[in-house]
Design a protein around this ligand. Structure first.
Ligand code: ATP
Ligand code: MG
Length: 205
């Protein structure tokens, strides 16, 4: 249980608090993703979450998770060590600097040419200057999200291959309606081997 003695939540608001992007905070103050992320994580572990709230008294969240009765074997995280590379040109749109340089580095070290953009507008500009073979797009970015960006890019090159990356859980992304047919998604934090495999698969498909 997590409790506070805050403002509490109005009964009209209560049914909506787990919805992605629902917020009562001022524009620019809240993302409305806090509780939907919590919900997604709890749900992925086959648990559930309850909320009790009294206006002006406070709010309590109750999280229930299933008990594990069997020993869980640790997964081997080392990967295969034989991640495939390539020589194609890839457009990368990612607003987070650290993630952008990490992905660029991994791709470049494995033979690819990377055109990196920090937002959708820059990505569109770079796209018109370079012939790219595929695009790797962050789902949530300021100015223009990944879906809008891909629409703009596909107006110019309808067959463009695209891989979405997101730090948000599948559930939330699906509710937001981002992945459509023919669109692949990879979840952050990205493992270099996984990224390289997925990129190769897409390019070869
Ligand atoms: N502890 C709380 N006390 C009162 N209201 C809450 C509480 N937690 C959430 N809420 C209500 O639920 C809404 C959605 O919460 P959520 O955490 O998803 O987004 P947020 O808090 O608005 O944004 P962010 O998490 O990005 O700051 C809030 O805007 C608020 O109205
Ligand atoms: Mg919050």
């Amino acid at each position: 249980m997590v409790s506070d003695t805050g403002t509490g939540i109005d009964e009209h608001v209560l049914p909506k608090i787990f919805e992605p992007f629902f917020t009562t905070k001022a524009v620019g103050k809240g993302t409305g993703l806090g509780l939907s992320l919590v919900y997604g994580i709890v749900d992925q572990h086959d648990g559930y979450i309850n909320v009790k709230s009294r206006p002006s008294e406070g709010t309590s969240f109750f999280i229930y998770l299933p008990l594990i009765t069997q020993l869980v074997e640790a997964k081997d995280d080392k990967g295969t060590g034989v991640a495939p590379g390539g020589t194609e040109k890839i457009l990368l749109a990612e607003d987070n600097e650290a993630v952008r340089s990490l992905i660029s580095m991994v791709l470049r070290e494995n033979g690819y040419t990377v055109i990196a953009a920090e937002d959708g507008l820059q990505a569109i500009r770079l796209f018109s200057e370079h012939a790219v073979d595929m695009a790797i797009l962050d789902v949530i970015m300021p100015k223009m999200n990944g879906k809008e960006l891909l629409e703009a890019l596909r107006k110019r090159q309808p067959s463009l291959k695209a891989l979405f990356m997101s730090g948000y859980t599948h559930d939330i992304i699906q509710e937001k309606g981002v992945p459509e047919q023919g669109i692949d998604l990879i979840l952050k934090p990205l493992k270099p081997d996984e990224l390289l495999k997925k990129v190769r698969e897409l390019l070869d498909s």
